[in-house]
Design a protein. Structure first.
Length: 160
């Protein structure tokens, strides 16, 4: 959301959201050519790594920065895609779950009933290359996210 795993704040999804290719500013993605019914945001693992200090804690000002930027990104999605339902997914670290839950709760407190909260667990042994999920781990994560979407009735209802 706000930085890469090293803490570089120039490398974040809001800065590259409109790109077709992550590493290139051109061509731009046609944001309005296709309008989603559901937007799933699953960010925070790199933020957690990049914002924490040497004691593995995230200072209050950095937590506040993360939360505020998350709110801004949600508003940006709403502006681009009016009426979209938003699922904010938090990975397994408690830090991420706490602050993404806070964002969702604050959004709802301010009338944002289009936003929902979901999580996925850690799957021991299911990661390679410095913590990247294997295909099997991706499948397990997807199953948990789909279950959340079904429980929240986020999938479009089929017409009879």
């Amino acid at each position: 959301m706000v930085c890469d795993w090293r803490g570089d704040t120039t490398v974040n999804i809001p800065n590259i959201f409109n790109r077709t290719l992550m590493e290139s500013p051109q061509p731009k993605w046609g944001l309005f050519k296709w309008v989603p019914q559901i937007a799933v945001i699953c960010l925070g693992l790199n933020d957690f790594s990049g914002l924490k200090d040497k004691e593995e804690k995230c200072p209050k000002r950095k937590r506040h920065f993360f939360v505020q930027e998350y709110h801004k990104f949600i508003q940006r999605l709403r502006n681009i895609y009016p009426g979209v339902k938003i699922l904010a997914v938090a990975a397994f670290p408690e830090w991420i779950r706490k602050y993404i839950r806070q964002v969702v709760d604050e959004e709802k407190e301010h009338g944002g009933y289009d936003i929902f909260y979901g999580t996925f667990d850690e799957f021991p042994g299911g990661y390679v290359a410095n913590g990247h999920p294997t295909v099997e781990t991706h499948r397990k994560m997807a199953e948990q996210i789909i279950q959340t979407m079904e429980q929240a009735k986020l999938f479009p209802q089929e017409k009879e």
